[in-house]
Write a protein that binds this ligand. Structure first.
Ligand code: IPE
Ligand code: IPE
Ligand code: MG
Length: 247
């Protein structure tokens, strides 16, 4: 898309009606590579460029929360070399981008249980979380070893412990309180969920948090998902009439 079109697209976006929280299922890297007769990890590499681009575009727009689904609890089923490649890319992403994240006032947060990740990945994640912890611009959630069911079960276990300890009583448990036991605690639910690659499913992403989220699907594969697509999704979102069960 030309610069002129890109500018006019941004200009159409209503800055007072931005989704507070955008969540993206970054899908289609493997198919992108396959179409080019390349190994799947090339698709992940190209996909990482889109991570950089979309994070930048989101901070520029003033999005407050961006969640990127990078690795699901089911993705451990993949071949060892693909998993290793993805972990290496994660490390590269942090090493290359941390300075820019700090400069852009982004706070990095991880959704999911990082325990089974390689030590080096955990080290870089800890460093990035620590170095961005005081930033109060956009929260960038990376969902890693994340599963919506796992999120809920983990929350149930923690809330039960608090009941057992007498910190809360069963009667205190409602939607608001339970949300505080999820990986997304303290953050608004996603307003807009984007899934590229043509798949029309949630794949164990934010199951609890997407009760009233607007979905936006695209056939474009993630490595081709340029910022114009993000603008398109936001413009579409702004045309929707959200009723939350009302009239
Ligand atoms: C998404 O792309 C990236 C991850 C799940 C880590 P895929 O690797 O799922 O790509 P497709 O769906 O096989 O094309
Ligand atoms: C969802 O994509 C997970 C991530 C993008 C990290 P998948 O490619 O794993 O989902 P399915 O298997 O097509 O449902
Ligand atoms: Mg996939």
């Amino acid at each position: 898309m030309s610069q002129v079109n890109l500018n006019s697209q941004i200009n159409q976006i209503d800055i007072d009606n931005l989704p507070r929280h955008i969540a993206i299922i970054m899908d289609g890297n493997g198919r992108w590579a396959k179409k080019r007769l390349l190994p799947r990890n090339f698709g992940h590499q190209e996909g990482m460029k889109r991570v950089v681009e979309i994070v930048e575009a989101s901070t520029e727009l003033g999005i407050k929360h961006l969640t990127l689904y990078a690795f699901s609890t089911e993705n451990w089923k993949r071949p060892k070399n693909e998993i290793e490649g993805l972990m290496k890319l994660l490390i590269t992403y942090i090493r290359n981008e941390l300075d820019k994240l700090i400069k852009n006032n982004v706070r990095l947060n991880i959704l999911g249980d990082v325990t089974p990740l390689p030590d080096l990945a955990k080290l870089e994640i800890r460093r990035a979380i620590d170095e961005t912890k005081d930033n109060n611009g956009m929260v960038l959630n990376i969902a890693l070893n994340y599963g919506g069911r796992d999120d809920i079960i983990n929350g149930v276990k923690t809330i039960l412990k608090d009941v057992e300890l007498g910190n809360i009583s069963i009667e205190d448990i409602d939607n608001n309180l339970f949300s505080e036991y999820l990986y997304t605690k303290g953050q608004p639910d996603p307003d807009l969920l984007i899934r590229p690659s043509g798949e029309l499913r949630i794949s164990n992403f934010l199951l609890y948090q997407t009760a009233y989220t607007e979905y936006w699907f695209s056939d474009v594969l993630w490595p081709d998902f340029k910022k114009e697509k993000l603008y398109e999704a936001i413009l579409d979102f702004q045309k929707r009439n959200r009723r939350f069960g009302g009239i």
